[in-house]
Design a protein around this ligand. Sequence first.
Ligand code: NDP
Length: 681
Amino acid sequence: MTTVLQSYIAGRWVGREAAQTLNSAINGQPVASTHAEALDFGEAVSHARKVGLPALLAMDFQQRAERLKALGKYLAQNKEKLYAISAHTGATRADGWIDIEGGAGTLMAYASMGSNELPSGNLVHEGPAMALGRKGGFAGTHILVPRRGVAVHINAFNFPVWGLLEKFAPSFLAGMPCIGKPATATSYLTEALVRLINESGLLPEGALQLVIGGTGDLLDRLDGSDFVTFTGSADTAAKLRVHPNLVRQSIPFNAEADSLNCAILAPDVTPDDEEFDLFVKEVAREMTTKAGQKCTAIRRAIVPRSHVDAVATKLRERLARTVIGDPSREDVRMGALASRAQFEDVSERVATLMQGAELLYGERDGFAPVGDGVANGAFFSPTLLLSRKPLEHDAVHDVEAFGPVSTLMAYDGLDEAIALAARGRGSLVGTLVTRDPKTAARVIPAVAALHGRFLVLDREAAVESTGHGSPLPQLKHGGPGRAGGGEELGGIRAVKHYLQRTAVQGSPTMIAAITGEYMRGATLNESELHPFRKHFEDLQIGDSLLTHRRTVGEADIVAFGGISGDYFYMHFDEVAAKESPFGKRIAHGYFVLSAAAGLFVSPAPGPVLANYGLDTLRFVKPVGIGDTIRARLTAKRKIDRNKKDAKGVGQGVVAWDVEVTNQLDEVVASYDILTLVSKRS
Ligand code: NDP
């Protein structure tokens, strides 16, 4: 009897009775079955709203980032439990690495970006705030807040672990409880992942629920605060996008669908160049990794007509060396498709592509993967086609064979290569292999409109390149047009997709109170106690100090020039300075900065530990000999990253607004200083 998979809904595992049997991609033997019990999606959504949401919003961005980090570590420590199951999906160890360790790594990457780039609290100020009136009493800015809804993630079969985690990470950071729905074919691996996550005890109840099988009336139960993401076929995306409830309630729908990604070999690369081999290697790798079941795989290899034969020969050699079979064997480099159903689907699509293309490589009869008992597995030979007249061959630009299948396309001239790339009608990713910066500068702007990401590969980048097919947490993933029109990953951008952006208008004091960030014109708190003498907990936004004054003399300029070695004419050449736009010698900008620090610091050791940088520095007006300056220092922003120093004393980050003015109260320099400030305990 096979294991019956269970859904995790409303805090309990549901499912006892077997429904659909799921077979191993390697030997066709049953691995598990879905459950027959219908799920109560009303209960699932209500649980997310009533239990998950309050628990998530009781934490802030920084605390959720910490949980993600802990979860990423926990999954990495327990990865072997997932690898043991992953092989049934047809994945080799290397394929599993992308899925499993890639998934855990994505959690860690989001944890780190969240901790570095998001504030404490649950409001992101997307500033700077701007004055909207002349008198300074009316201002505007943008804030981002949790949507107070539920994220539903419908995923594809090819990445059962990464697929869920890369969606979960940013939505969890944004404070949304998630309902994950993996593709049925490989849902046994996602179920094992969710069990592991539950065992970790790191997530609050209701933060993540799992649906095995269909989504029933789930989408009907959502409202405008919710969010749906989808990865899979363009047909299903097209269907779900117009789901009546999603349309009626304007529920955001992010789709990542089929994509006929291209790689272009530029005309400047000759068969003797290293780049020629890089191109061949990249195409072969994209064909065979995950047995070509990657939304980012290279489906269309666009090659100068004169080099088609040379590329074909080298690709054939590489593909022939790829050992295909049971992924548990060490010599195997390519496993199976995820299921027999996928095998049938890919076979049909290759037959369609062949109408207008030649077969360059691909074993059919007699194809024998290595390993015992693999005869009923879903193994598919790498298949390389050649389209000699690709501009006249529609199928190669329309039909995605979701397996180890790629088509070489011959082109004449760079414009034709660009036109062929565009025939994909929107792709997730493309690669240009060139040695010539001018070619890159010409091609990339031309193809960018139809691509979500583009890799430019040459020998220099190749040393560290993460490859054509790897979406990175830091960079945007998703493409326009037939690729689904969605956007995900891309660092904190992905978190922002799950937050509501709202414009706020009002007086500077109101804006400062709402955003937790001082803006000029807002109420200041001035007291006898220097702000640098206050611990992190005691400092309030708006705590401010107006310094005494200092008149700048020629001796200051001469001394500063001597110390810094900066004898620029504007400070030292009376004649040239007279002819300059300022008409006189002026002080070094860096002198003004240094003098301002001298005016505002409180020198004794204290809670303010270190200054680690400046932001938004502008020298607004010149300071001439005889001008008198003073500075206003105001606590602008506080970020508590829950960090401690080596002695275990907590510390936070404080950004200070600094405004240096002259005797006419005109601003001469403006910037933020970033400091570390220790906590009381
Ligand atoms: P599908 O579009 O059929 O399925 C994707 C996901 O949507 C699965 O979780 C599926 O669940 C779910 N789903 C299907 N129909 C509905 C529905 N009516 N309501 C709610 N959820 C639904 O894609 P497949 O996974 O079957 O793959 C088919 C093709 O999609 C591939 O051959 C390939 O061309 C493309 N694909 C693209 C990917 C990409 O990343 N761009 C990734 C994977 C596939 P269930 O499995 O239970 O049907």
